[in-house]
Design a binder for this molecule. Structure first.
Ligand code: ADP
Length: 765
């Protein structure tokens, strides 16, 4: 057979064969025995170069990917084994370009038919190869195109679905929703796209039936024309109420291939927010304009490159020009005060560097007056840092400047006053101070340093407290606290340490400064050295104690002698002399009372007043006192109004001393009255006694002082009554010591009511 295939006759026959190769079944060579012109053409080879050569030597495929070669080998081996025709529809095989020598990828299809020898074994393979590269490429392209078309479709779909604009397709009949994207569903607020598709838009949103929506849809259907509406109000139900939203709407007919209208496409963009924002912006603009107008401000916008100036009308007047004139940049400084013009130029140059424009200057206005103006501006720079624009405003600050001038004048006057005050306070012997609400001193005069010998700074620190005598400290603190709570002024005597470490008595008066709510915001006070006074007081007390003590014995003797003398004269029938001695006795009694009072005062001062408390019948004591005193006055009727009956625990003599004092005062200070009422009653846990007279009374501003020692109300009426001003002081001390309270209600010219109370359940000592 080899000879047959090799014969020139067969060779020339095969040249024109539609088949491609005759291969010898001699694996692994598959020697080429014959080749057709068709194959030479598609493989780009020359007969002489390939004939009688092993196929894989001539067509080695790509050495890096010899899959085509393997495929061919496998196929032919299959043909040899099965002795049947085996086809490969498409496979890839690389062959070298005869021109460039480069490997090129081709796609082939081939059929392989066995030719058997006499023994029935495969001896040859007739191969028919077709170059299908073109078809494969086309098919690949088509597949690719198909794929990207699908992708494209999908992308468009999701784009539409996620588009920020609501989009829906409505059918021709009944406007049933056929497609809706998410934005459309968000506007409708009735569920997701798959939930609303298939429902008529008017069933989904019944509120639309009242609108002109249907007319619009109908119009699109009839005219087959699309149309647009902007910022169109649509009422939609939201949370049970109809609410108006604004939409940009676009309606367009949907047509089929025959150009017949099948439905309508609706696009809706909710512009409510934009409208609102625009409205807010408009409002803000308006407000700004109003504010600028109200503030009477001049506004300007200066182009720093062209020098062009845009400004409002108000700027004209501020810069000294008539209204209506358009100003250029060089006009701005023309009417300024010469001195200020230089300053403004400098401010302008600075602004071009710093970005901030700020000056105050005087301008001569058209009305002939000079006004102060203030300009504030901001400079804008381009990307290269060049100043390109300046925006700013100018206002009239004449009043403010004048006010500041006035304030300066007032301040300097005040400063002078303060200096004067400081000179005065420096020389006064008192310590003058002010303190804030937490008690720390914020001003003190030099008196403090002189007295304490400490540096001034120490007064501002807590050292102030250290110089208060430890025994007085709590009392001082308490006075402070009380005053702080009540907002009332206080007065206290305490000892302060001197520079020589001695303690001197001081009298301190503090007065709070109150705010509108009556709360103290600051304290002012003066602390005065009263040591000498206190010393004198002590000496006086000593003197009084000795003097009254020494007087007591002779006066008692005089009284005894007087009584004896009176008796003797009466017995001798000398009534005239006897009554003179009686009068002497009365004067001696007054003297005794005076001496007793003085002794009491010294006892109070030295803390030596003794109390012998015991139970006693209160009314019995009252009767005794009242009956006794009734005998001394013919004019006054002493009226008893007892509403208490019982025992009181206290010093009977001391308490009766108080009643006597109140009654004698009542008699003394009501010379024209004929009645004095002594009343008692109980009140909670107290017994209350009142002595009411209808005499001269006491004025409101003086009545609280009557319990002070040596205090006597001064006045034209009072000075006719004798007295030392000690009785009420002693009484108040007795009542205080007995655990009670003493006070007075009085009206000038009407009379007074003196009260005291005593505890009913006083603990028995
Ligand atoms: P005196 O010895 O001056 O009466 P008191 O201490 O008893 O001293 O009283 C003090 C002052 O109170 C008196 O000087 C008087 O001005 C006034 N006073 C006391 N009682 C009365 C009263 N019943 N009516 C008017 N003024 C009174």
């Amino acid at each position: 057979m080899d000879q047959l295939y090799s014969s020139p006759k067969f060779q020339s026959y095969f040249e024109n064969s539609p088949q491609s190769l005759i291969l010898k079944a001699d694996p692994p060579y598959f020697t080429i025995l014959a080749v057709s012109n068709q194959f030479l053409a598609i493989s780009g080879t020359v007969r002489e170069e390939i004939l009688h050569k092993p196929l894989f030597e001539v067509f080695p495929d790509n050495e890096h990917d010899p899959s085509g070669r393997q495929r061919a080998m496998d196929t032919w081996m299959e043909v040899i084994q099965t002795k049947k025709r085996v086809d490969i529809p498409v496979y890839q095989y690389e062959i070298r370009d005869p021109q460039t020598g480069e490997l090129e990828t081709f796609y082939w299809s081939n059929a392989n038919e066995p030719v058997l020898d006499e023994d029935g074994n495969v001896a040859y393979i007739i191969n028919t190869t077709k170059n299908v590269t073109e078809e494969v490429r086309l098919r690949q392209l088509a597949e690719k195109a198909n794929m990207s078309l699908e992708e494209h479709q999908q992308r468009i779909n999701s784009l539409l679905m996620k588009a920020p604009v609501g989009m829906a397709f409505l059918s021709r009949n009944n406007y049933v929703i056929q497609y809706a994207n998410e934005a459309a569903c968000a506007i409708w607020n009735k569920g997701r796209p798959e939930q609303v598709i298939g429902i008529s838009i008017f069933d989904l949103l019944p509120e639309l039936r009242q609108s002109d929506m249907q007319d619009m849809y109908d119009r699109v259907m009839e005219t087959c024309q699309s149309f647009t509406l902007t910022e169109y109000p649509v009422d939609l139900e939201r949370d049970g109420t109809l609410q108006t939203s604004y939409f940009d709407l676009y309606y367009s007919p949907l047509t089929d291939l025959k150009n017949e209208v099948t439905g309508i496409m609706v696009m809706a963009n909710d512009v409510s927010h934009t409208l609102e924002a625009r409205k807010t912006l408009r409002d803000a603009e308006q407000r700004l304009r109003l504010a600028v107008e109200a503030a009477n401000q001049g506004i300007f916008d200066l182009n720093l490159i062209t020098g062009e100036l845009v400004h409002n009308e108000r700027l004209n007047r501020l810069l000294g020009y008539p209204d209506g004139l358009t100003l250029v940049h060089t006009d701005v400084r023309k009417n300024m005060h010469d001195e200020d013009r230089v300053k403004v130029e400098r401010a302008f140059d600075d602004a071009l560097k710093t970005g901030r424009f700020n000056y105050e200057a005087r301008v001569n206005w058209t009305d002939g007056e000079q006004h102060w103006i203030k300009t504030l501006g901001k400079v804008f720079f381009d990307a290269q840092g060049q100043p390109v624009r300046m925006l700013g405003s100018t206002m009239d600050i004449t009043e403010q400047v004048e006010y500041e001038c006035r304030l300066d004048e007032i301040n300097s006057a005040l400063q002078q006053e303060i200096s004067k005050f400081e000179i005065i306070t420096e020389f006064i012997p008192q310590i003058i101070w002010s303190a804030n609400t937490n008690g720390s001193i914020d001003y003190v005069n030099k008196g403090w340093a002189y007295y304490t010998g400490l540096p001034m700074e120490a007064a501002y620190a807590s050292t102030w407290q250290e110089v208060v005598h430890p025994d007085d400290f709590d009392r001082v603190q308490q006075a402070w606290k009380n005053s702080m709570l009540s907002g009332e002024s206080y007065q206290i005597e305490y000892r302060l340490r001197k520079h020589d470490s001695e303690y001197n008595w001081h009298l301190e008066r503090g007065k709070p400064l109150l705010d509108e709510d009556g709360k103290p915001v600051k304290w002012f006070g003066a602390t005065m050295n009263i040591n000498d006074h206190v010393e004198l007081q002590k000496q006086k007390d000593n003197f009084l104690a000795i003097a009254s003590h020494e007087l007591k014995t002779p006066v008692t003797s005089i009284k005894a002698y007087a009584q004896v003398l009176e008796m003797m004269l009466r017995n001798a029938g000398d009534e005239q002399k006897a009554s003179m001695v009686t009068k002497m006795g009365i004067q001696v009694n007054r003297l005794t009372t005076l001496i007793a009072d003085l002794l009491d005062v010294t006892k109070i001062h030295t803390g030596k007043m003794q109390f012998n408390d015991a139970f006693f019948d209160f009314n019995e004591m009252l009767d005794e006192v009242i009956d006794d005193l009734q005998r001394t006055t013919l004019k006054h009727q002493l009226v008893k109004e007892y509403r208490f009956n019982g025992q009181i625990y206290g010093d009977r003599d001391r308490i009766s001393q108080v009643v006597i004092n109140l009654l004698t005062n009542a008699i003394k200070y009501s010379p024209d009255a004929d009645r004095i009422i002594v009343a008692t009653h109980t009140n909670d846990n107290d017994l209350e006694l009142s002595v009411q007279d209808f005499g001269i009374g006491i004025s409101a501003d003086k009545k609280d002082h009557v319990f002070e020692q040596f205090y006597r109300v001064s006045g034209s009426k009072q000075h006719t009554f004798p007295g030392l001003g000690l009785g009420l002081y002693i009484s108040s001390e007795i009542i205080r010591r007995e655990g009670g309270r003493i006070w007075v209600n009085s009206e000038e010219g009407e009379g007074s009511v003196f009260y005291f109370s005593l505890p009913l359940n006083k603990p028995v000592a």
